[in-house]
Structures are given as C-alpha cells and as structure tokens.
Design a protein around this ligand. Sequence first.
Ligand SMILES: Cc1cc2nc3c(=O)[nH]c(=O)nc-3n(C[C@H](O)[C@H](O)[C@H](O)COP(=O)(O)OP(=O)(O)OC[C@H]3O[C@@H](n4cnc5c(N)ncnc54)[C@H](O)[C@@H]3O)c2cc1C
Length: 450
Amino acid sequence: MRHLYEPAAYRPEVNSYWQTTASPLRWPELKADRTADTLIIGGGYTGLNCALELAELGHDPQSIVILEARQPGWGASGRNGGFCCIGGSKLPVDKQLARFGEAETVRYFKEQCASIESVRENLTRYGIDADPHSQGETQLAHRESEIAGLEAEKEQMETLFGIGCRLIEKSALAGEGLASPEFHGALNMPLGFALNPMKYLAGLVRAANGAGIAGFGDTPAIAVNRDGGRWRVSTPGGTVSAESLVIATNGYSSEDLPRWLSGRLLPVLSNILLSRPLTAGELAAQGWTSNQMSHDTRNLLHYFRLMPPANGESGPRMLFGMRGGTSADDATMAAMHRRIRADFDRFFPAWRQVETPFFWAGLVCLNRNLVSYTGPIPGMPNAWASLAYHGSGVAMGSHCGRLAGRMIAGDLAPEAIPAIMRRVPGRFPFPAFRKTYLAAAYRWYEWQEH
Ligand SMILES: Cc1cc2nc3c(=O)[nH]c(=O)nc-3n(C[C@H](O)[C@H](O)[C@H](O)COP(=O)(O)OP(=O)(O)OC[C@H]3O[C@@H](n4cnc5c(N)ncnc54)[C@H](O)[C@@H]3O)c2cc1C
C-alpha cells in the first residue's frame, strides 16, 4: 500500500476528544478465507451506510463483508468536527451553473439537502443519541469585504435554491451570542445540525453488527485482483472472494488499492483543538454563547462550535477546527498546534488563559473535479467507489454510501444521480507533486486572507 503522506499521518493513535465519549464495538480480525456477495473496503460512514443499505434492501447480511484496516471510526468518521451540513464539493455554484446548467445544479443542491436528512433518519432508525445541536450553520465574514459575498450567497440561496437565509449585521453579532473581534457580519443558513461524530459512528457500527453484517477490524486489504470473474481481496489473515467490490477509503485511501486510484485523490489535513469546559463567567466575558455551528469565510477554513455540556461536565467546550498543513510529522504538527492556538486566541481573546487539552488531526479528501464521486469504477466490473467529500462527508459520506448500496443492489441506476456527482475523477497532472501544489495554494491563501 502506498500513501501520499508520511507514515505519521496513518499512525494508530488519534487522541481525539471523541474517543473519551464513545467506544464503537470492535470488529474481530479476519483469520480465514471467505466469500461475499459484496466486499466493502473502509469502515467509516460510507462503508457502514453502504452495508446497511444493502442489508435493508434484503441482501443476506452475512454475505456483506466490511474490511477495516484498523477499527471502525479510526478514519475521518471518528475524528471529524461533527458538522452535518451540505457539502461534498469545492466547486463554486457559479462554476456548477456554467458547466452543468441550472437544472443539474439545483438537483445537486437538493441531493446535499437529502444527505442531511439521511443522517437524521439514521439517528432515528437506529436510536442513536449523538448530542445534536445547532439550527443550521452560520458563516462569519472574516473581513468587511466578505459581506458582499455573503449578500450574494443569500440572494443565490433564495432565488436559485428557494432557501431563505438571514444576514446578521456586525452590530447584531453580540446580541446573537457571536461576539468576536474577528468578524464583520454573518449569514445564517437553516440547513444542517451538529453532532458527536463518534457517537454517530458507534451507533452505525451497532446497527451493522445487529443486522449481522460481517465486519473485520485490524484487517487491511493489501491486494485487489480479478480471479474467475470475481474480486479477490487479500488481507494478512485471509482472502475474500466477492462478486462486488466497494472502495470506501476516502482520505485514507492507498495510491494503489486499487491501482485505478493512483494520482486521483488529494488527501488534505484538517486539525481540531478543543477547550476544557468553559464557565458561565468565561462565556459572558467573551460574549460567545451561541451553540450555532459556525465557520469563517476563508478558503483555509476555520470551523467552530460551542458544544452542549457532556454528561457530568460543568460547561460547554469550544471545538475549533482549521484546515492546513502538508505534513503530519511531529515537528509540523507541533507548529500547527501553536498556530491553531494562536488563531483560537485571536478569535476568542477572553479565553487566552483557557486550556485546550485536546488537539488532533486527520485527512479529508479532495479530487481534481472538486466534487465527490459515487459510482462504478471504469474498467473494473462490479467495482464501485464513493469518495472525495471535500471535507464535508458527515452527511454526504453517509448519503453516498446509501446511494452506492442501492446501485449495487440494482435499485438505482448510476446515471440517475445528479450529473455533478457522476464525473469520474481524473488524475492530477504530475501527481507526485500534489503536496507541492497544495503547499503553494496554502501560501497563496495565507497571503490573501490574513
Ligand atoms: C479533522 C477532520 C474534521 C472534519 N470535519 C468534518 C465536519 O465537521 N463535517 C463534515 O461533514 N465532514 C468533516 N470531515 C470529513 C468527514 O469526516 C469525512 O468526509 C467522512 O468521515 C468520510 O467518511 P468515509 O467513510 O468515506 O471515510 P473514513 O471515515 O476516512 O474511513 C475510511 C476508512 O478506510 C479504512 N481503510 C483505508 N485503506 C484501507 C485498506 N486498504 N483496507 C481496509 N481499510 C482501509 C481506513 O482505516 C478508514 O477507517 C472532517 C474530517 C477530518 C479529518
């Protein structure tokens, strides 16, 4: 298996706060050969939802196998910010309109809205309490000149997508519990909610185990071959022979598993800092009391939310996330830790003395099309991929996993999903230099946005 990043990005320890709040059931290692109708590689939201969809469509759960290199939720699904929101793309709406036309752009938007409902349905159907909060999401202008962009976005949301949004003037931010010297106004969009990603993941694993789906942990797929009209996937403890194959490995994909993936994905680091519980006095001193999930208008995005107090805790913690960094080695992560803390202090100066005991990072996944892909893998019969949610895969990963399940079951034609999601991701030019391009893009954004 070849990865784009150095081994530190794939180390077993995650050290996230979420691990202290929920422990997904562990899957046993695969220790013998077996057969399956469908073999899914990757035990995150995509893989689990794909498996659950197949089982719910009547497929024999014992013939649905999931292989997870570590344990379910070790990847991005167990370490993300918990923003269950529209997303899955970095392609601006104007470009979607120009390339795909209005009807497909609107269809794609509706699919993103449906993805939020997919998660809501999962929470209800499987009885998962994942600490939901927030009425939609709030986007905050990091400089005065961004207000015009927020106004244009409001107009577009209303006229193109029929979604009413609310602009908040700078002078009204404190009244909304969003006081910070960093911001100049905001746009409130009534879509999505926030959740504890590990509790959600643990609930999906419980549902999959309960349905009888055969999950195997600490079982990396190390080779994928075609043999006698079936897929033959090797692992250290045994081989699985399967009719259909699903690649659900997103930012933790290998470059060569299958070889088709080579040079097609760009995993990108996202980093999270988490405060200790804040007191009522500290919240009042900053004037940030809203539990809206929020993000700023930068390309090098900051995302943050005050989370409801966990069981037995005295107050809410602030989760503060930030994209950036092109290496996960110790020195670079230590520098990123200092940087994210400096940004936290700038956004919330009254909390300069507040400890932030948790810091962790993980890989999100981009591709050249700037839109996620769910569908067949060209040149590989009965093989499917669903990946590249561009940093917003809580909702889209869950939903697209379901779509992949329906495609495999013959219940949904691949061409029936919005055209924007159907474009097979091409290879990056000179893929060996992907991290170099990324570093250059980051430098440009930093220069532009600070
Ligand atoms: C720090 C961070 C913050 C984020 N915040 C948000 C957010 O707030 N909102 C949002 O919508 N999205 C967020 N995301 C993105 C979101 O978490 C992902 O898009 C989503 O979890 C992808 O789910 P997945 O199942 O496709 O992939 P993953 O959850 O990454 O799962 C892939 C799995 O595949 C396994 N795997 C890889 N190779 C193999 C192999 N050869 N054999 C077996 N198993 C293998 C890995 O071990 C991994 O567990 C964030 C991501 C990160 C890292």
